[in-house]
Design a protein around this ligand. Structure first.
Ligand SMILES: Cc1cc2nc3c(=O)[nH]c(=O)nc-3n(C[C@H](O)[C@H](O)[C@H](O)COP(=O)(O)OP(=O)(O)OC[C@H]3O[C@@H](n4cnc5c(N)ncnc54)[C@H](O)[C@@H]3O)c2cc1C
Length: 366
Protein backbone atom coordinates (compact mmCIF):
# COMPACT_ATOMS: atom_id res chain seq x y z
CA UNK A 1 0.00 0.00 0.00
CA UNK A 2 1.20 3.54 -0.79
CA UNK A 3 1.04 6.41 1.69
CA UNK A 4 1.75 9.63 -0.17
CA UNK A 5 0.77 11.21 -3.46
CA UNK A 6 2.78 12.97 -6.18
CA UNK A 7 0.66 14.99 -8.58
CA UNK A 8 2.45 15.88 -11.82
CA UNK A 9 0.91 19.06 -13.28
CA UNK A 10 -0.47 22.11 -11.49
CA UNK A 11 -3.34 22.96 -13.85
CA UNK A 12 -6.91 23.00 -12.57
CA UNK A 13 -7.26 19.18 -12.60
CA UNK A 14 -4.02 18.53 -10.70
CA UNK A 15 -4.74 21.23 -8.11
CA UNK A 16 -8.34 20.11 -7.50
CA UNK A 17 -7.08 16.53 -7.04
CA UNK A 18 -4.29 17.69 -4.71
CA UNK A 19 -6.76 19.67 -2.60
CA UNK A 20 -8.98 16.61 -2.25
CA UNK A 21 -6.14 14.22 -1.38
CA UNK A 22 -4.45 16.61 1.06
CA UNK A 23 -7.78 17.30 2.78
CA UNK A 24 -7.65 13.68 4.05
CA UNK A 25 -4.31 14.38 5.73
CA UNK A 26 -2.31 12.53 3.05
CA UNK A 27 1.14 13.94 2.23
CA UNK A 28 0.64 15.50 -1.23
CA UNK A 29 3.15 17.18 -3.53
CA UNK A 30 2.25 18.92 -6.80
CA UNK A 31 5.02 19.46 -9.38
CA UNK A 32 4.77 21.83 -12.31
CA UNK A 33 7.38 22.73 -14.89
CA UNK A 34 6.12 26.32 -15.02
CA UNK A 35 7.41 28.93 -12.61
CA UNK A 36 4.17 30.88 -12.94
CA UNK A 37 1.22 28.48 -12.78
CA UNK A 38 -1.49 28.91 -15.39
CA UNK A 39 0.58 31.36 -17.46
CA UNK A 40 0.65 32.09 -20.35
CA UNK A 41 -3.08 31.62 -20.80
CA UNK A 42 -3.72 29.73 -24.01
CA UNK A 43 -7.25 28.51 -23.26
CA UNK A 44 -10.63 30.11 -22.69
CA UNK A 45 -12.58 30.00 -19.46
CA UNK A 46 -16.23 29.44 -20.38
CA UNK A 47 -17.77 27.20 -17.75
CA UNK A 48 -21.38 26.30 -17.04
CA UNK A 49 -22.57 27.78 -13.76
CA UNK A 50 -24.10 24.45 -12.80
CA UNK A 51 -20.86 22.58 -13.51
CA UNK A 52 -18.78 25.14 -11.64
CA UNK A 53 -20.89 24.81 -8.50
CA UNK A 54 -20.15 21.07 -8.45
CA UNK A 55 -16.39 21.65 -8.30
CA UNK A 56 -16.52 23.29 -4.88
CA UNK A 57 -14.07 26.06 -5.84
CA UNK A 58 -14.53 29.64 -4.66
CA UNK A 59 -14.35 31.04 -8.19
CA UNK A 60 -16.35 34.23 -7.56
CA UNK A 61 -13.32 36.55 -7.86
CA UNK A 62 -12.35 35.06 -11.27
CA UNK A 63 -15.60 35.95 -13.08
CA UNK A 64 -15.13 38.39 -15.96
CA UNK A 65 -18.45 37.91 -17.76
CA UNK A 66 -21.78 36.05 -17.74
CA UNK A 67 -23.21 34.33 -20.82
CA UNK A 68 -26.81 33.48 -21.59
CA UNK A 69 -26.68 32.36 -25.17
CA UNK A 70 -24.92 31.31 -28.34
CA UNK A 71 -25.33 31.95 -32.06
CA UNK A 72 -24.36 28.97 -34.19
CA UNK A 73 -23.49 29.87 -37.79
CA UNK A 74 -22.90 27.71 -40.84
CA UNK A 75 -23.31 28.35 -44.55
CA UNK A 76 -25.15 31.63 -44.03
CA UNK A 77 -27.70 30.08 -41.60
CA UNK A 78 -27.86 30.85 -37.89
CA UNK A 79 -29.41 29.18 -34.89
CA UNK A 80 -29.82 31.46 -31.86
CA UNK A 81 -30.01 29.82 -28.46
CA UNK A 82 -31.01 32.06 -25.57
CA UNK A 83 -31.60 31.33 -21.93
CA UNK A 84 -33.54 33.66 -19.64
CA UNK A 85 -30.85 33.39 -16.97
CA UNK A 86 -27.04 33.30 -17.38
CA UNK A 87 -25.93 29.71 -17.99
CA UNK A 88 -22.17 30.19 -18.01
CA UNK A 89 -19.46 32.34 -16.55
CA UNK A 90 -16.31 33.42 -18.27
CA UNK A 91 -13.45 33.06 -15.80
CA UNK A 92 -9.98 34.56 -15.96
CA UNK A 93 -7.93 31.36 -16.28
CA UNK A 94 -4.79 32.39 -14.44
CA UNK A 95 -6.92 33.66 -11.53
CA UNK A 96 -8.78 30.34 -11.50
CA UNK A 97 -5.47 28.48 -11.34
CA UNK A 98 -4.37 30.71 -8.45
CA UNK A 99 -7.60 30.07 -6.54
CA UNK A 100 -7.16 26.30 -7.04
CA UNK A 101 -3.55 26.59 -5.91
CA UNK A 102 -4.48 28.53 -2.73
CA UNK A 103 -7.21 26.02 -1.89
CA UNK A 104 -4.83 23.06 -2.40
CA UNK A 105 -2.19 24.71 -0.21
CA UNK A 106 -4.73 25.48 2.50
CA UNK A 107 -5.70 21.80 2.48
CA UNK A 108 -2.03 20.94 3.11
CA UNK A 109 -0.61 20.20 -0.37
CA UNK A 110 2.92 21.37 -1.16
CA UNK A 111 3.24 22.99 -4.62
CA UNK A 112 6.64 22.89 -6.29
CA UNK A 113 6.95 25.05 -9.41
CA UNK A 114 9.66 25.30 -12.05
CA UNK A 115 10.34 21.54 -11.98
CA UNK A 116 9.84 19.38 -15.05
CA UNK A 117 9.21 15.76 -14.10
CA UNK A 118 10.76 13.06 -16.28
CA UNK A 119 11.12 9.27 -16.16
CA UNK A 120 13.64 9.05 -13.28
CA UNK A 121 11.52 11.16 -10.94
CA UNK A 122 8.39 9.27 -11.93
CA UNK A 123 10.02 5.96 -10.95
CA UNK A 124 11.08 7.49 -7.62
CA UNK A 125 7.56 8.85 -6.96
CA UNK A 126 6.10 5.45 -7.80
CA UNK A 127 8.35 3.74 -5.23
CA UNK A 128 7.23 6.25 -2.64
CA UNK A 129 3.49 6.47 -3.28
CA UNK A 130 0.67 7.03 -5.71
CA UNK A 131 1.45 9.01 -8.90
CA UNK A 132 -1.22 11.18 -10.49
CA UNK A 133 -0.66 12.40 -14.03
CA UNK A 134 -2.37 15.77 -14.46
CA UNK A 135 0.19 16.94 -16.97
CA UNK A 136 -2.06 17.91 -19.84
CA UNK A 137 -2.91 16.59 -23.29
CA UNK A 138 0.59 15.39 -24.19
CA UNK A 139 1.09 13.56 -20.91
CA UNK A 140 4.56 12.37 -20.04
CA UNK A 141 3.10 10.30 -17.17
CA UNK A 142 0.78 8.47 -19.58
CA UNK A 143 3.56 7.68 -22.04
CA UNK A 144 6.11 6.72 -19.35
CA UNK A 145 3.72 4.25 -17.70
CA UNK A 146 2.31 3.11 -21.07
CA UNK A 147 -1.31 4.00 -20.36
CA UNK A 148 -3.69 4.20 -23.35
CA UNK A 149 -3.04 6.72 -26.10
CA UNK A 150 -5.09 9.71 -27.33
CA UNK A 151 -5.81 9.19 -31.00
CA UNK A 152 -7.05 12.60 -32.03
CA UNK A 153 -6.14 16.18 -31.13
CA UNK A 154 -7.53 19.59 -32.05
CA UNK A 155 -5.04 22.37 -32.62
CA UNK A 156 -6.13 25.83 -31.51
CA UNK A 157 -5.07 29.42 -32.04
CA UNK A 158 -6.70 32.34 -30.28
CA UNK A 159 -6.23 36.04 -29.65
CA UNK A 160 -7.86 38.74 -27.54
CA UNK A 161 -8.86 42.10 -28.94
CA UNK A 162 -9.92 45.32 -27.28
CA UNK A 163 -13.49 45.30 -28.61
CA UNK A 164 -16.73 46.36 -27.02
CA UNK A 165 -19.18 43.55 -27.93
CA UNK A 166 -22.61 44.36 -29.30
CA UNK A 167 -24.09 41.70 -27.04
CA UNK A 168 -21.58 40.76 -24.39
CA UNK A 169 -23.66 37.81 -23.17
CA UNK A 170 -23.54 35.81 -26.39
CA UNK A 171 -20.85 33.54 -27.88
CA UNK A 172 -20.69 33.19 -31.66
CA UNK A 173 -19.67 29.80 -33.09
CA UNK A 174 -18.79 29.38 -36.77
CA UNK A 175 -18.73 25.96 -38.40
CA UNK A 176 -16.98 25.52 -41.73
CA UNK A 177 -15.59 22.13 -42.63
CA UNK A 178 -13.40 23.59 -45.36
CA UNK A 179 -11.46 25.77 -42.92
CA UNK A 180 -11.93 24.44 -39.36
CA UNK A 181 -12.80 20.79 -39.84
CA UNK A 182 -13.10 18.91 -36.56
CA UNK A 183 -13.99 21.89 -34.34
CA UNK A 184 -15.02 25.48 -35.10
CA UNK A 185 -14.14 29.15 -34.87
CA UNK A 186 -15.48 31.40 -32.14
CA UNK A 187 -15.99 34.96 -30.95
CA UNK A 188 -16.32 35.01 -27.17
CA UNK A 189 -16.80 38.15 -25.09
CA UNK A 190 -14.35 37.45 -22.26
CA UNK A 191 -15.35 40.76 -20.69
CA UNK A 192 -17.49 43.69 -21.81
CA UNK A 193 -14.54 45.22 -23.70
CA UNK A 194 -12.47 42.12 -24.48
CA UNK A 195 -13.36 39.83 -27.36
CA UNK A 196 -11.64 36.47 -27.81
CA UNK A 197 -11.27 35.32 -31.39
CA UNK A 198 -10.23 31.71 -31.83
CA UNK A 199 -10.25 28.61 -34.00
CA UNK A 200 -9.84 24.90 -33.42
CA UNK A 201 -9.13 22.38 -36.14
CA UNK A 202 -8.55 18.62 -36.16
CA UNK A 203 -4.77 18.15 -36.36
CA UNK A 204 -5.22 15.68 -39.25
CA UNK A 205 -6.92 18.23 -41.47
CA UNK A 206 -5.47 21.63 -40.86
CA UNK A 207 -3.24 24.16 -39.27
CA UNK A 208 -4.72 26.32 -36.53
CA UNK A 209 -2.75 29.47 -37.34
CA UNK A 210 -3.67 29.50 -41.05
CA UNK A 211 -7.33 28.76 -40.16
CA UNK A 212 -7.17 31.65 -37.68
CA UNK A 213 -5.73 33.95 -40.36
CA UNK A 214 -8.61 33.02 -42.71
CA UNK A 215 -11.13 33.59 -39.92
CA UNK A 216 -9.93 37.09 -39.03
CA UNK A 217 -9.93 38.01 -42.72
CA UNK A 218 -13.58 36.97 -43.12
CA UNK A 219 -15.93 39.93 -43.68
CA UNK A 220 -17.78 39.25 -40.41
CA UNK A 221 -14.69 39.33 -38.19
CA UNK A 222 -12.74 41.94 -40.15
CA UNK A 223 -15.55 44.41 -39.55
CA UNK A 224 -15.48 43.79 -35.79
CA UNK A 225 -11.73 43.88 -35.15
CA UNK A 226 -10.85 46.56 -37.72
CA UNK A 227 -8.33 48.95 -36.15
CA UNK A 228 -8.62 47.24 -32.75
CA UNK A 229 -5.64 46.33 -30.62
CA UNK A 230 -4.64 42.67 -30.34
CA UNK A 231 -3.81 42.03 -26.69
CA UNK A 232 -2.52 38.48 -26.58
CA UNK A 233 -2.38 35.44 -28.84
CA UNK A 234 -1.14 31.87 -28.88
CA UNK A 235 -1.56 28.25 -29.87
CA UNK A 236 -2.54 25.19 -27.86
CA UNK A 237 -3.88 21.67 -28.18
CA UNK A 238 -7.03 19.87 -27.03
CA UNK A 239 -7.26 16.06 -26.65
CA UNK A 240 -10.25 14.76 -28.59
CA UNK A 241 -11.23 11.54 -26.86
CA UNK A 242 -10.43 9.70 -23.65
CA UNK A 243 -7.57 7.26 -23.23
CA UNK A 244 -8.91 3.72 -22.99
CA UNK A 245 -6.91 3.21 -19.75
CA UNK A 246 -6.53 5.93 -17.14
CA UNK A 247 -5.45 3.82 -14.14
CA UNK A 248 -2.60 1.34 -13.69
CA UNK A 249 -3.50 -0.43 -10.46
CA UNK A 250 -0.25 -2.34 -10.13
CA UNK A 251 1.98 0.69 -10.61
CA UNK A 252 -0.25 2.98 -8.55
CA UNK A 253 -0.73 5.52 -11.36
CA UNK A 254 -3.84 7.54 -12.28
CA UNK A 255 -4.49 10.16 -14.96
CA UNK A 256 -6.88 13.11 -14.64
CA UNK A 257 -7.99 16.06 -16.78
CA UNK A 258 -6.55 16.55 -20.25
CA UNK A 259 -3.93 13.87 -19.51
CA UNK A 260 -6.83 11.39 -19.39
CA UNK A 261 -8.63 13.06 -22.32
CA UNK A 262 -11.61 14.05 -20.14
CA UNK A 263 -12.77 16.73 -22.56
CA UNK A 264 -16.12 17.50 -24.20
CA UNK A 265 -15.28 16.78 -27.83
CA UNK A 266 -18.23 18.85 -29.03
CA UNK A 267 -16.72 22.09 -27.67
CA UNK A 268 -13.22 21.31 -26.36
CA UNK A 269 -14.19 22.27 -22.78
CA UNK A 270 -12.35 20.18 -20.19
CA UNK A 271 -12.44 21.87 -16.79
CA UNK A 272 -15.78 20.54 -15.54
CA UNK A 273 -15.15 16.88 -16.48
CA UNK A 274 -11.47 17.09 -15.50
CA UNK A 275 -12.35 18.71 -12.16
CA UNK A 276 -15.02 16.12 -11.37
CA UNK A 277 -12.58 13.36 -12.30
CA UNK A 278 -9.97 14.94 -10.02
CA UNK A 279 -12.39 14.84 -7.07
CA UNK A 280 -13.25 11.20 -7.75
CA UNK A 281 -9.56 10.33 -8.18
CA UNK A 282 -8.79 11.99 -4.83
CA UNK A 283 -11.49 9.94 -3.12
CA UNK A 284 -10.15 6.73 -4.67
CA UNK A 285 -6.60 7.54 -3.50
CA UNK A 286 -7.90 8.04 0.03
CA UNK A 287 -9.94 4.82 0.03
CA UNK A 288 -6.95 2.94 -1.38
CA UNK A 289 -4.70 4.16 1.41
CA UNK A 290 -7.29 3.73 4.15
CA UNK A 291 -8.83 0.39 3.29
CA UNK A 292 -6.85 -1.05 0.38
CA UNK A 293 -9.61 -0.64 -2.22
CA UNK A 294 -8.54 -0.47 -5.87
CA UNK A 295 -7.50 2.79 -7.49
CA UNK A 296 -9.61 1.67 -10.43
CA UNK A 297 -12.67 2.59 -8.33
CA UNK A 298 -11.93 6.07 -9.69
CA UNK A 299 -12.17 5.02 -13.33
CA UNK A 300 -15.36 3.05 -12.66
CA UNK A 301 -16.96 5.98 -10.79
CA UNK A 302 -16.00 8.49 -13.48
CA UNK A 303 -17.21 6.36 -16.38
CA UNK A 304 -20.44 5.55 -14.54
CA UNK A 305 -21.31 9.19 -14.02
CA UNK A 306 -19.86 10.79 -17.15
CA UNK A 307 -19.13 7.96 -19.62
CA UNK A 308 -22.38 8.40 -21.56
CA UNK A 309 -21.93 12.17 -21.79
CA UNK A 310 -18.32 11.79 -22.96
CA UNK A 311 -19.57 9.42 -25.69
CA UNK A 312 -22.42 11.77 -26.66
CA UNK A 313 -20.05 14.74 -26.98
CA UNK A 314 -17.87 12.52 -29.21
CA UNK A 315 -20.90 11.61 -31.35
CA UNK A 316 -21.92 15.29 -31.71
CA UNK A 317 -18.39 16.15 -32.81
CA UNK A 318 -18.32 13.29 -35.33
CA UNK A 319 -21.68 14.37 -36.78
CA UNK A 320 -20.80 18.02 -37.35
CA UNK A 321 -17.26 17.20 -38.50
CA UNK A 322 -18.51 14.85 -41.19
CA UNK A 323 -21.29 17.09 -42.55
CA UNK A 324 -20.77 19.33 -45.54
CA UNK A 325 -21.40 23.03 -44.91
CA UNK A 326 -24.63 23.08 -46.87
CA UNK A 327 -26.02 20.07 -44.98
CA UNK A 328 -25.06 21.63 -41.64
CA UNK A 329 -26.60 24.98 -42.59
CA UNK A 330 -29.81 23.20 -43.66
CA UNK A 331 -29.82 21.25 -40.39
CA UNK A 332 -29.70 24.56 -38.48
CA UNK A 333 -32.72 25.83 -40.46
CA UNK A 334 -34.66 22.62 -39.79
CA UNK A 335 -33.83 22.77 -36.08
CA UNK A 336 -35.06 26.37 -35.96
CA UNK A 337 -38.32 25.31 -37.63
CA UNK A 338 -38.76 22.44 -35.14
CA UNK A 339 -38.22 24.81 -32.22
CA UNK A 340 -35.04 23.07 -31.09
CA UNK A 341 -33.39 26.47 -30.60
CA UNK A 342 -36.10 27.36 -28.05
CA UNK A 343 -35.90 23.92 -26.43
CA UNK A 344 -32.12 24.25 -25.98
CA UNK A 345 -32.56 27.77 -24.59
CA UNK A 346 -34.97 26.47 -21.98
CA UNK A 347 -33.57 22.99 -21.22
CA UNK A 348 -30.02 22.95 -22.61
CA UNK A 349 -27.10 21.69 -20.56
CA UNK A 350 -23.57 22.57 -21.68
CA UNK A 351 -22.00 19.56 -20.01
CA UNK A 352 -24.55 16.76 -19.97
CA UNK A 353 -26.22 16.04 -23.35
CA UNK A 354 -27.70 12.93 -21.70
CA UNK A 355 -29.86 15.24 -19.56
CA UNK A 356 -31.01 17.17 -22.65
CA UNK A 357 -32.04 13.91 -24.32
CA UNK A 358 -33.87 12.76 -21.22
CA UNK A 359 -35.76 16.07 -21.01
CA UNK A 360 -36.53 15.88 -24.72
CA UNK A 361 -38.04 12.39 -24.45
CA UNK A 362 -39.97 13.21 -21.27
CA UNK A 363 -41.39 16.28 -22.96
CA UNK A 364 -42.32 14.31 -26.09
CA UNK A 365 -44.09 11.71 -23.93
CA UNK A 366 -45.90 14.43 -21.99
C1 LIG B 1 -8.13 27.38 -26.93
C2 LIG B 1 -8.73 26.58 -25.81
C3 LIG B 1 -9.93 26.98 -25.26
C4 LIG B 1 -10.49 26.26 -24.21
N1 LIG B 1 -11.65 26.70 -23.67
C5 LIG B 1 -12.18 26.06 -22.62
C6 LIG B 1 -13.35 26.56 -22.00
O1 LIG B 1 -13.89 27.59 -22.40
N2 LIG B 1 -13.88 25.84 -20.96
C7 LIG B 1 -13.30 24.69 -20.51
O2 LIG B 1 -13.82 24.05 -19.59
N3 LIG B 1 -12.17 24.22 -21.06
C8 LIG B 1 -11.59 24.88 -22.10
N4 LIG B 1 -10.45 24.40 -22.67
C9 LIG B 1 -9.87 23.16 -22.16
C10 LIG B 1 -9.17 23.40 -20.83
O3 LIG B 1 -8.27 24.48 -20.97
C11 LIG B 1 -8.44 22.13 -20.41
O4 LIG B 1 -9.34 21.05 -20.42
C12 LIG B 1 -7.85 22.30 -19.01
O5 LIG B 1 -6.91 23.33 -18.96
C13 LIG B 1 -7.15 21.01 -18.61
O6 LIG B 1 -6.61 21.16 -17.33
P1 LIG B 1 -5.51 20.15 -16.84
O7 LIG B 1 -5.18 20.56 -15.45
O8 LIG B 1 -5.93 18.76 -17.10
O9 LIG B 1 -4.25 20.39 -17.81
P2 LIG B 1 -3.40 21.68 -18.12
O10 LIG B 1 -4.18 22.92 -17.86
O11 LIG B 1 -2.83 21.47 -19.47
O12 LIG B 1 -2.23 21.64 -17.04
C14 LIG B 1 -1.18 20.70 -17.15
C15 LIG B 1 -0.01 21.24 -16.34
O13 LIG B 1 1.01 20.22 -16.32
C16 LIG B 1 2.26 20.86 -16.44
N5 LIG B 1 3.20 19.86 -16.97
C17 LIG B 1 3.13 19.23 -18.17
N6 LIG B 1 4.14 18.34 -18.28
C18 LIG B 1 4.86 18.42 -17.11
C19 LIG B 1 6.00 17.74 -16.62
N7 LIG B 1 6.63 16.78 -17.32
N8 LIG B 1 6.49 18.07 -15.39
C20 LIG B 1 5.84 19.04 -14.65
N9 LIG B 1 4.76 19.70 -15.07
C21 LIG B 1 4.27 19.38 -16.27
C22 LIG B 1 2.01 22.04 -17.36
O14 LIG B 1 2.98 23.05 -17.15
C23 LIG B 1 0.61 22.49 -16.95
O15 LIG B 1 0.65 23.50 -15.96
C24 LIG B 1 -9.86 25.09 -23.72
C25 LIG B 1 -8.64 24.68 -24.27
C26 LIG B 1 -8.07 25.42 -25.30
C27 LIG B 1 -6.75 25.00 -25.86
Amino acid sequence: MKYNASVVGGGTAGLIAAKKIASYGIETHVYDQKKRLGYPVRASGILSIKGLKGLGIDYSKCITNALYGANIHCDGKTMKIRSKKPIAHVLEREDLNNVCRDEAERAGAVIITGMRISGNELEKFRDEGVVMGADGAVSNVASHFKLGSIKRFALTYKAEFNVESEDSGVVELFFDNRIYKGLFAWLAPNAKDILEVGVGVDSRYGNAKSSFDSFIKSEYVKRIIYNKKMLDSGASVIPMGMRNRIVDEEKGVLLVGDAAGQVKQSTGGGIIFGGNAAIKAGEAVYNHMKSGSGLDEYEKAFRKEFGLDIRLHGAINRIYSSMGNRAFGNALSVMNRLGIDKFLGAYGDMDRPSLILRRFFLRSLA
